[in-house]
Design a protein around this ligand. Structure first.
Ligand SMILES: Cc1cn([C@H]2C[C@H](O)[C@@H](COP(=O)(O)OP(=O)(O)O[C@H]3O[C@@H](C)C(=O)[C@@H](O)[C@H]3O)O2)c(=O)[nH]c1=O
Length: 180
Protein backbone atom coordinates (compact mmCIF):
# COMPACT_ATOMS: atom_id res chain seq x y z
CA UNK A 1 0.00 0.00 0.00
CA UNK A 2 1.49 3.32 -1.09
CA UNK A 3 1.25 6.11 1.49
CA UNK A 4 1.11 9.79 0.55
CA UNK A 5 1.28 12.47 3.22
CA UNK A 6 -0.44 15.61 1.96
CA UNK A 7 0.54 19.17 2.83
CA UNK A 8 -2.25 19.51 5.41
CA UNK A 9 -0.79 17.70 8.45
CA UNK A 10 -2.53 14.40 9.14
CA UNK A 11 -4.22 14.14 5.75
CA UNK A 12 -3.05 10.80 4.39
CA UNK A 13 -3.83 9.13 1.08
CA UNK A 14 -3.45 5.39 0.61
CA UNK A 15 -3.11 3.70 -2.74
CA UNK A 16 -3.59 -0.04 -2.34
CA UNK A 17 -1.88 -2.63 -4.47
CA UNK A 18 -4.44 -3.85 -6.97
CA UNK A 19 -4.33 -7.49 -8.05
CA UNK A 20 -5.88 -8.05 -11.46
CA UNK A 21 -6.58 -11.38 -13.10
CA UNK A 22 -9.02 -12.81 -15.61
CA UNK A 23 -11.86 -12.60 -13.03
CA UNK A 24 -11.42 -8.92 -12.31
CA UNK A 25 -9.54 -7.15 -9.53
CA UNK A 26 -8.86 -7.47 -5.83
CA UNK A 27 -7.43 -5.02 -3.33
CA UNK A 28 -7.41 -4.36 0.39
CA UNK A 29 -9.46 -1.19 0.83
CA UNK A 30 -8.79 -1.01 4.57
CA UNK A 31 -6.03 -2.36 6.79
CA UNK A 32 -5.99 -1.07 10.38
CA UNK A 33 -2.41 -2.26 10.79
CA UNK A 34 -0.96 -0.57 7.71
CA UNK A 35 -3.00 2.58 8.08
CA UNK A 36 -2.28 3.01 11.78
CA UNK A 37 1.44 2.57 11.07
CA UNK A 38 1.14 5.56 8.74
CA UNK A 39 -0.65 7.66 11.37
CA UNK A 40 -4.28 7.11 10.40
CA UNK A 41 -5.42 6.13 13.87
CA UNK A 42 -9.13 6.08 14.71
CA UNK A 43 -11.72 3.92 16.37
CA UNK A 44 -14.05 3.23 13.45
CA UNK A 45 -17.66 2.76 14.54
CA UNK A 46 -19.84 3.58 11.52
CA UNK A 47 -19.69 2.95 7.77
CA UNK A 48 -21.65 5.22 5.43
CA UNK A 49 -22.49 4.98 1.75
CA UNK A 50 -24.03 7.49 -0.63
CA UNK A 51 -24.77 7.38 -4.33
CA UNK A 52 -24.75 10.62 -6.27
CA UNK A 53 -25.55 11.82 -9.75
CA UNK A 54 -22.86 13.65 -11.66
CA UNK A 55 -22.69 17.23 -10.42
CA UNK A 56 -23.99 16.54 -6.91
CA UNK A 57 -21.98 18.34 -4.24
CA UNK A 58 -22.23 17.26 -0.60
CA UNK A 59 -20.54 19.34 2.10
CA UNK A 60 -18.71 20.89 3.66
CA UNK A 61 -19.58 18.97 6.80
CA UNK A 62 -18.24 18.16 10.27
CA UNK A 63 -19.52 17.11 13.67
CA UNK A 64 -18.57 19.20 16.69
CA UNK A 65 -16.80 17.66 19.71
CA UNK A 66 -17.50 15.47 21.59
CA UNK A 67 -18.83 13.83 18.40
CA UNK A 68 -16.06 14.91 16.04
CA UNK A 69 -15.38 12.34 13.33
CA UNK A 70 -12.27 11.21 11.54
CA UNK A 71 -13.23 9.73 8.16
CA UNK A 72 -11.70 7.18 5.82
CA UNK A 73 -13.23 7.90 2.43
CA UNK A 74 -13.17 6.25 -0.97
CA UNK A 75 -15.14 5.80 -4.16
CA UNK A 76 -16.31 2.28 -5.07
CA UNK A 77 -17.87 3.29 -8.37
CA UNK A 78 -17.43 6.42 -10.45
CA UNK A 79 -15.26 9.39 -9.55
CA UNK A 80 -15.36 12.25 -7.06
CA UNK A 81 -13.36 15.33 -6.22
CA UNK A 82 -12.91 15.21 -2.48
CA UNK A 83 -12.32 18.48 -0.63
CA UNK A 84 -11.27 18.98 2.98
CA UNK A 85 -10.73 22.15 5.00
CA UNK A 86 -8.45 22.25 8.03
CA UNK A 87 -10.43 23.72 10.96
CA UNK A 88 -7.99 22.87 13.76
CA UNK A 89 -7.34 26.22 15.44
CA UNK A 90 -3.75 25.32 16.39
CA UNK A 91 -2.90 24.04 12.94
CA UNK A 92 -0.40 25.99 10.79
CA UNK A 93 -2.72 25.27 7.86
CA UNK A 94 -5.97 26.44 9.52
CA UNK A 95 -8.50 27.53 6.89
CA UNK A 96 -6.59 25.91 4.05
CA UNK A 97 -8.11 23.23 1.87
CA UNK A 98 -6.93 20.22 -0.09
CA UNK A 99 -8.48 18.44 -3.05
CA UNK A 100 -8.00 14.80 -3.93
CA UNK A 101 -9.66 12.97 -6.80
CA UNK A 102 -11.00 9.61 -5.68
CA UNK A 103 -11.84 6.99 -8.26
CA UNK A 104 -12.28 3.30 -8.88
CA UNK A 105 -9.45 3.54 -11.36
CA UNK A 106 -6.99 4.71 -8.69
CA UNK A 107 -8.67 2.76 -5.86
CA UNK A 108 -7.31 5.42 -3.52
CA UNK A 109 -8.46 5.95 0.04
CA UNK A 110 -8.20 9.20 2.00
CA UNK A 111 -7.84 9.54 5.77
CA UNK A 112 -9.35 12.79 6.98
CA UNK A 113 -8.57 13.51 10.64
CA UNK A 114 -11.15 14.93 13.04
CA UNK A 115 -11.09 18.73 12.91
CA UNK A 116 -11.59 18.98 9.16
CA UNK A 117 -14.70 19.94 7.20
CA UNK A 118 -15.33 17.45 4.45
CA UNK A 119 -17.18 17.46 1.14
CA UNK A 120 -17.09 16.14 -2.38
CA UNK A 121 -18.53 16.62 -5.82
CA UNK A 122 -19.49 13.61 -7.93
CA UNK A 123 -17.77 13.69 -11.31
CA UNK A 124 -19.78 10.80 -12.79
CA UNK A 125 -23.33 9.49 -12.54
CA UNK A 126 -23.91 6.86 -9.88
CA UNK A 127 -20.80 7.73 -7.95
CA UNK A 128 -20.76 5.40 -4.98
CA UNK A 129 -19.03 7.02 -2.02
CA UNK A 130 -18.03 4.83 0.93
CA UNK A 131 -16.58 6.01 4.20
CA UNK A 132 -15.78 4.99 7.74
CA UNK A 133 -16.44 7.34 10.65
CA UNK A 134 -14.85 7.41 14.09
CA UNK A 135 -18.04 8.54 15.86
CA UNK A 136 -21.72 7.90 15.41
CA UNK A 137 -24.04 10.25 13.58
CA UNK A 138 -25.07 12.98 16.01
CA UNK A 139 -27.46 15.39 14.29
CA UNK A 140 -27.32 17.89 17.17
CA UNK A 141 -23.54 18.17 16.68
CA UNK A 142 -23.68 18.72 12.90
CA UNK A 143 -21.96 21.78 11.48
CA UNK A 144 -20.61 22.92 8.18
CA UNK A 145 -19.27 25.63 5.94
CA UNK A 146 -20.63 26.86 2.62
CA UNK A 147 -19.04 25.11 -0.34
CA UNK A 148 -18.80 28.33 -2.36
CA UNK A 149 -17.55 30.63 0.40
CA UNK A 150 -15.26 33.19 -1.27
CA UNK A 151 -13.03 33.24 1.80
CA UNK A 152 -12.38 29.53 1.43
CA UNK A 153 -11.79 30.05 -2.28
CA UNK A 154 -12.29 26.46 -3.37
CA UNK A 155 -12.33 25.80 -7.11
CA UNK A 156 -14.66 22.82 -7.39
CA UNK A 157 -14.30 22.78 -11.17
CA UNK A 158 -18.05 22.95 -11.68
CA UNK A 159 -20.44 25.85 -12.36
CA UNK A 160 -23.81 24.84 -10.89
CA UNK A 161 -23.61 21.77 -8.68
CA UNK A 162 -26.70 20.13 -7.22
CA UNK A 163 -26.57 21.05 -3.53
CA UNK A 164 -29.05 20.31 -0.74
CA UNK A 165 -31.09 23.18 0.73
CA UNK A 166 -29.42 22.50 4.08
CA UNK A 167 -25.95 22.84 2.58
CA UNK A 168 -26.82 26.06 0.72
CA UNK A 169 -27.63 27.65 4.11
CA UNK A 170 -24.27 26.88 5.67
CA UNK A 171 -22.16 29.88 6.71
CA UNK A 172 -18.78 31.02 5.43
CA UNK A 173 -15.58 30.85 7.45
CA UNK A 174 -15.45 34.59 8.22
CA UNK A 175 -16.48 35.01 11.87
CA UNK A 176 -16.62 31.26 12.29
CA UNK A 177 -15.46 30.05 15.70
CA UNK A 178 -13.94 26.67 15.18
CA UNK A 179 -14.87 24.09 17.83
CA UNK A 180 -11.69 22.11 17.08
C1 LIG B 1 -24.56 11.70 7.73
C2 LIG B 1 -25.79 10.87 8.13
C3 LIG B 1 -27.04 11.19 7.65
N1 LIG B 1 -28.12 10.47 8.01
C4 LIG B 1 -29.44 10.82 7.45
C5 LIG B 1 -29.87 12.23 7.73
C6 LIG B 1 -30.62 12.65 6.50
O1 LIG B 1 -32.02 12.35 6.63
C7 LIG B 1 -30.05 11.78 5.38
C8 LIG B 1 -29.11 12.55 4.47
O2 LIG B 1 -28.16 13.25 5.28
P1 LIG B 1 -27.21 14.37 4.69
O3 LIG B 1 -27.98 15.25 3.78
O4 LIG B 1 -26.53 15.03 5.85
O5 LIG B 1 -26.19 13.49 3.85
P2 LIG B 1 -24.83 13.94 3.19
O6 LIG B 1 -24.97 15.33 2.67
O7 LIG B 1 -24.39 12.90 2.28
O8 LIG B 1 -23.86 14.02 4.48
C9 LIG B 1 -22.56 13.52 4.43
O9 LIG B 1 -21.79 14.40 3.62
C10 LIG B 1 -20.41 14.06 3.52
C11 LIG B 1 -19.74 15.12 2.70
C12 LIG B 1 -19.78 13.84 4.83
O10 LIG B 1 -18.63 14.17 5.08
C13 LIG B 1 -20.57 13.04 5.81
O11 LIG B 1 -20.00 13.07 7.09
C14 LIG B 1 -22.01 13.45 5.85
O12 LIG B 1 -22.09 14.72 6.48
O13 LIG B 1 -29.33 10.73 6.04
C15 LIG B 1 -28.00 9.40 8.88
O14 LIG B 1 -29.01 8.73 9.22
N2 LIG B 1 -26.76 9.07 9.38
C16 LIG B 1 -25.66 9.77 9.01
O15 LIG B 1 -24.52 9.42 9.48
Amino acid sequence: MEVKHHALPGLIEFVPRVFADERGVFFESFSARLMEQAGAVANWVQDNQSRSKKGVLRGLHFQRPPHAQAKMVRVAQGRALDVVVDLRRDSPTYGQHAKVELSTEKSNVLFVPAGFAHGFVALEDDTLFLYKCSDYYAPAAEGGLHWNDPDLGIDWGIESPLVSGKDEELPGIRGFESPF
